[in-house]
Write a protein that binds this ligand. Structure first.
Ligand code: HEC
Ligand code: HEC
Length: 220
């Protein structure tokens, strides 16, 4: 070591390698921290991220594997991006989504939103036809007695959403729709612009929520 420091050229070589070692250690420390948190997407493509993570719950083509996971197929891309940014910032709380959303780059979020929005949503017929009929009435006409506006006014007459702000609801899993309307109603979910959904869900009864969710799930 003293030999290195004795000659100025060797000293610079030694300092250089020391600095490089330091940088390597910093990168290694960074990688360990994010892999300790379980997620590190690096520069992965959307395709790889869907295959290795998202697809396990949301389905490879965005038609989720369980009714409490939202379908992402054919969803408005602007809405998907907004939700991922909200999960990352904590504006929408989800113990499941926040870590993954934080690990995604803006470019990956754009690519994922584009991918899921281009998939076909597969709806499932609901067995309770009278519940579906009640939900249809609420969706298209609102509930005048309690000042609930027609959902169709914002989400579109076919519930396929209205870009950029209003998400698609057609074919969405009824248990997921119910959970979100209850979350807006209790204000546990509060990332809706101008409190639009907190206001509307606040006027719906639990039974009306069930009905409108059943109708939406049955739509193609
Ligand atoms: C372990 C299951 C799981 C995995 C894996 C997962 N999600 Fe989710 N995702 C959920 C759940 C559950 C919700 C609903 C929010 C909540 O209740 O926590 C959700 C919500 C979302 C939403 C909001 C949908 C809406 O209609 O508002 C988006 C967008 C989303 N996830 C994208 C992704 C992407 C992209 C990936 C892959 C990086 C991913 N998810 C991986 C379970 C998962
Ligand atoms: C004034 C416009 C407006 C009306 C009317 C409206 N919504 Fe919404 N809704 C929104 C907006 C905006 C969002 C997106 C919130 C966000 O960006 O987080 C939303 C989101 C939702 C979501 C969450 C979707 C998801 O994938 O998580 C559900 C469920 C929903 N609305 C159901 C309804 C129902 C049912 C009605 C009728 C009773 C209704 N909405 C009426 C504006 C509206």
């Amino acid at each position: 070591m003293s030999g290195y420091i004795a000659s100025p050229i060797n000293f610079w070589k030694w300092l250089n390698s020391l600095l490089r070692f330091g940088v390597v250690m910093l990168i290694a420390a960074g990688t360990t921290t994010s892999s300790a948190m379980g997620v590190d997407y690096g520069k992965d493509t959307a395709q790889k991220i869907v295959a290795e993570d998202c697809g396990a719950c949301h389905g490879i083509h965005g038609n989720s594997v369980a009714p409490n996971y939202p379908k992402l197929a054919a969803q408005i891309p602007h809405y998907i991006r907004g939700q991922l940014h909200d999960f990352a910032s904590g504006a929408r709380t989800s113990p499941i989504m926040s870590g993954m959303a934080k690990a995604l780059s803006d470019a990956q979020i754009r690519e994922l939103a584009q991918y899921f929005s281009q998939q076909t949503n597969k709806n499932t017929a609901h067995p309770d036809t009278s519940l579906v009929a009640q939900g249809k009435k609420i969706f298209h006409g609102g509930v005048s007695a309690t000042n609930v506006p027609a959902c169709a006014a914002c989400h579109g007459p076919a519930a396929i959403g209205l870009p950029p702000l209003y998400p698609r609801l057609a074919g969405q899993n009824p248990p997921y729709v119910e959970s979100q309307l209850l979350a807006f109603r209790s204000k546990q979910r509060s990332n809706d612009p101008r409190a639009m959904m907190r206001d509307i869900a606040g006027k719906l009864t639990a039974q009306e929520i069930k009905a409108v969710a059943a109708y939406l799930g049955s739509l193609p």
